[in-house]
Design a protein around this ligand. Sequence first.
Ligand code: SF4
Length: 285
Amino acid sequence: MVVTSNLEKEVKQYEMEDPIGDRPHTAVPGIVHRHRDRCLLMLTNVCAVHCRFCFRKNLLEDNRADFEKSIQYIRDHEELWEVILSGGDPFTFTDHFMELVLKKLKEIPHVKMIRFHTRTPVVYPARVDEKLTTVLENAGQYIVVLHINHVREITPDFCRAVADLQKSGAMLLSQTVLLKGVNDSVENLETLLRGLVEISIKPYYLHHLDPAAGTHHFRISVERGKDIYRQLRQRISGVCIPEYVIDAPGGYGKFPVDMFVKITEKTYQYETPNGQVVTYIDHAS
Ligand code: SF4
């Protein structure tokens, strides 16, 4: 997942620099406002590891977030109920900067929920130390969505970090990317998802791979993904089942894979909430 490969140089024609359409929804540098009641706040381009399949791998090279303008944008938009600090990875902030960001957000009365998207507790659990959890705890209720892809990532150090986050009041969810050669088997995902629930993490999303440039070697077909998901639903408790989604290219947002209706061998269609019918092509080999 993190070791570079020459296969990344084989950029396919269908692959994109901005596969989930962050740019068209960038309100000010640092804010992606795609859905009415929530926005992404992306203040760093640093992560604890650089996943080779990252959906933002081409955008992370160029982060021009403007902290003051971003906070002002959130202040000005009273419909924003939730702010999602996303990647780069917000757990790479210094404690001091984390404290400042949370203080500013907490001063905005309409922001009721703060969510973190992070892979740091998985790959660098030592970062979840007493100082960080105290800063988070002082900010009140919050959600952490952990990016975790394989049962081998549930290590004793990760479990300790999870327990400390829980003690500080975090609601913990997980997101997993379905990756060829890494976790594309029912047995593998079954063990991962059960293992997460056993430590009180609710599986939230299972992502079909986004078409980021140079990631074709990680891609499985939609049909194979659907088959794995069908089997998971038969084998494991509903509390262990995440929503299997495709983040529709072009910035339409995430849709459950079940909404993708097969039209031809490689073509699917889905309907957006405003009634637009969009075609999705499955480019897996
Ligand atoms: S942690 Fe997330 S944002 Fe960072 S490289 Fe991995 S997938 Fe990309």
